[in-house]
Ligand binder design. Structure first.
Ligand SMILES: [Zn+2]
Length: 209
């Protein structure tokens, strides 16, 4: 799921048209119906089209992949603190319901590897951004380094949003270690300038094998 450079060498993946956004920590969602000729700005993708590989790049932020029980659609989102404060995943679930006619109750979600709450200290502006948008603050805990710092649990915050949006809790999965703790993962907070990106992706097969 987080392999680098696998798209051209893997025969299964090379059969897909890749869809990659210019990610900007926004709440912009694109429904994709055919391959894109240029890179759009945004942080979430959804499609009912076959043969399109929706790709999210992360290095500490949380990637979330979604599909429905009948595999009629797929979606992917890039959820850092900014996207989470903007309720990106909530908005994506609503777009899926409105535009693809798939109710939240039939969705399955997988949260990929991201920075763990013990390693993700954030400043008061992050806490304030959640306050400003009326989001639950239960995923914040006191930070170790200063009184106005917090530890943020990105997975807990996004799980909460997905449950509120109607995805059954038993179908929200979390995988992967803390990207900051695990040397095999890419972590922007740990590696800074030399940092690459991990790819999380999902697509509907053109033909069932
Ligand atoms: Zn960690």
């Amino acid at each position: 799921m987080w392999e680098k450079g696998c798209f051209d060498t893997d025969p299964e993946l090379s059969a897909y048209d890749r869809i990659i956004l210019r990610q900007v920590h926004s709440d912009i969602i694109h429904e994709i119906k055919s391959p894109l000729s240029n890179r759009r700005e945004g942080d979430a993708l959804m499609t009912a089209g076959k043969g399109l590989l929706l790709i999210i790049k992360t290095a500490d932020c949380l990637p979330i992949l979604l599909t429905d029980a009948a595999n009629t659609m797929v979606a992917a989102a890039h959820c850092g603190w900014r996207g989470t404060a903007r309720s990106l995943i909530t908005k994506l679930v609503h777009r899926i319901k409105n535009d693809l006619s798939v109710p939240a109750s039939s969705l399955t979600a997988v949260m990929g590897p991201c920075i763990g709450s013990d390693c993700y200290e954030v400043g008061p502006e992050v806490h304030q951004a959640f306050l400003n948008t009326g989001l639950s603050l239960h995923s914040f805990h006191p930070g170790p380094s200063a009184a106005d710092k917090f530890l943020l649990d990105l997975k807990a915050a996004n799980r909460h949003q997905m449950e509120e949006a109607g995805i059954p809790p038993s179908r929200i999965f979390s995988l992967g270690p803390c990207t900051h703790c695990e040397p095999a993962m890419i972590s922007f907070r740990r590696d800074r300038a030399e940092c690459g990106r991990m790819f999380s992706f999902i697509g509907l097969q053109k033909k069932r094998l």
